[in-house]
Design a binder for this molecule. Structure first.
Ligand code: ATP
Ligand code: MG
Length: 413
């Protein structure tokens, strides 16, 4: 935990910044105002403030307050309290909007942590200043107050935002030891925002990388997917490799230039609006070693085993559901069948296989990266699209099975 410095916060009045309420989601504003009307502090915090100041669209709007989760719960009928270690209030709007309201917290002092940390819940509430200092990076610790629409900066985040720098709050070596996932987040924000890492971050990552291996696999899995949702998976994993973090993150992925190129290609595909599927990320990550292990005359049974083998350890480590694993494996097998070219026995049935589209996507990524097999790609694309265009066979009306009409023998002459 960084030393709390007591320098006064920098407060930027509304007239001196251009974060306008117009860009804040309507329901988040309702929550902020309601808390404020009831006498609580109500701040927009985290990525929402950062992104609005950068002129970007925030992914979500998080709210910080001095009301406890129970007080928030009492104030909003449409709320519930969630979380064990971090108790938060979720306020639900409509079918799928959920606004997270967190009480300002601080890092507990040693006496407050029981011997058995499993039973510890980190609900040690604190002041806004303490809350800012427990956050990860200066640019993520800015607050926007609904009281007077000012921006409150305790950690120098505004200056770092202006200069385009990712800076850890406090000593990076210590903060990464506290929570190793922050190392990955540093690389993620640097890639997403096009910001430089402060010079003390890379050496701290190199030093603390092994700690990531002990982090919760569920969190790593989620952060990994987050990288691909933000279209920076390829870039971040390549950088993680240079800093010795990739080995700890996905120990089974071999760091090869081809794999990173494929992942970057996947990010480009997401950038044009294609939804990211975990099975596709998985198949792309392990495509290069899979290709290296296969030979074109291999029987499909063998290919099936190889595809399974490539992804099995990753799936076990991250407890990936059987359905996703199955999809990833089928994509690899379909990819293999596509690379063998057209005109094989059973092609018509293959074209109707439910995984053929995903397999074709993987094949497309591979062709785009290597610049090879463009004709084959076109030919498969046409064949698969051709199948889609075919009209379904007309369905027979329900009723008893039709009998073949008996041919009447020709009348004897
Ligand atoms: P985005 O939602 O756009 O990915 P974000 O900055 O809002 O970015 P979240 O994961 O939503 O990221 O977290 C919200 C805020 O919580 C962060 O801005 C940061 O202040 C704080 N935070 C998140 N994770 C950590 C962490 N591991 N350590 C310290 N603070 C964190
Ligand atoms: Mg967020």
């Amino acid at each position: 935990m960084p030393e709390l410095n007591n320098a006064p916060a920098r407060i930027i009045p509304r007239s001196e910044h251009d974060l306008s309420r117009q860009y804040i989601d309507e329901n988040s504003l309702k929550v902020l105002y309601r808390l404020h009307r009831h006498g609580y502090k109500a701040y927009l915090v985290g990525g929402g403030v950062r992104d609005l100041l950068l002129g970007r669209t925030p992914k979500d709007f998080d709210i910080g307050t001095d009301a406890t989760p129970e007080q928030v719960y009492k104030l909003f009928r449409n709320s519930r309290i969630v979380g064990r270690r971090f108790r938060l209030a979720h306020i639900i709007f409509g079918r799928n909007e959920c606004i997270e309201v967190a009480t300002f917290r601080r890092k507990p002092v040693e006496e407050e942590v029981p011997d058995d940390e499993r039973f510890f819940c980190e609900n040690v509430f604190g002041t806004p200043r303490e809350d800012a200092f427990r956050r990860d990076f200066t640019i993520n610790a800015l607050f926007y107050s609904i009281d007077d629409f000012s921006i409150i900066d305790y950690t120098g985040g505004l200056e770092d935002l202006r200069r385009g720098i990712i800076r850890v709050i406090g000593d990076p070596v210590e903060r990464f030891a506290e929570d190793p996932v922050r190392m990955l987040r540093a690389l993620e924000f640097s890639a997403r925002l096009g910001f430089e890492l402060h010079e003390d971050i890379a050496p701290a990552i190199e030093q603390q990388a092994p700690l990531l291996a002990e982090a919760s696999s569920a969190r790593i899995r989620e952060e990994l997917l987050e990288l691909f949702r933000h279209k920076v998976g390829g870039k971040v994993l390549q950088r993680a490799d240079k800093l010795g973090l990739l080995q700890q993150l996905v120990p089974d992925m071999q760091a090869q230039r081809e794999s990173f190129d494929l992942l970057r290609q996947l990010d480009l595909r997401t950038a044009i609006g294609v939804d990211i599927q975990e099975s596709m990320v998985l198949a792309t990550m392990y495509l290069t070693p899979f290709c290296q292990a296969c030979s074109s005359d291999m029987p499909l049974g063998e290919v099936h085993k190889l595809a399974n083998r490539e992804i099995a350890r990753h799936c076990r480590r991250f407890s990936i559901a059987a359905g996703i694993r199955h999809q990833a494996r089928e994509m690899l097998i379909t990819f293999f069948r596509l690379t063998r070219g057209r005109g094989r026995r059973g092609e018509q049935r293959f074209l109707r296989h439910p995984c053929v589209h995903d397999g074709l996507e993987l094949f497309r990524l591979w062709c785009e990266c290597s610049g090879e097999h463009q004709d084959l790609l076109q030919s498969w694309t046409n064949a698969i699209a051709g199948k889609e265009e075919q009209k379904p066979r007309p369905q027979r009306k329900p009723g008893p099975p039709r009998r073949r009409k008996k041919k009447t023998p020709p009348a004897p002459v």
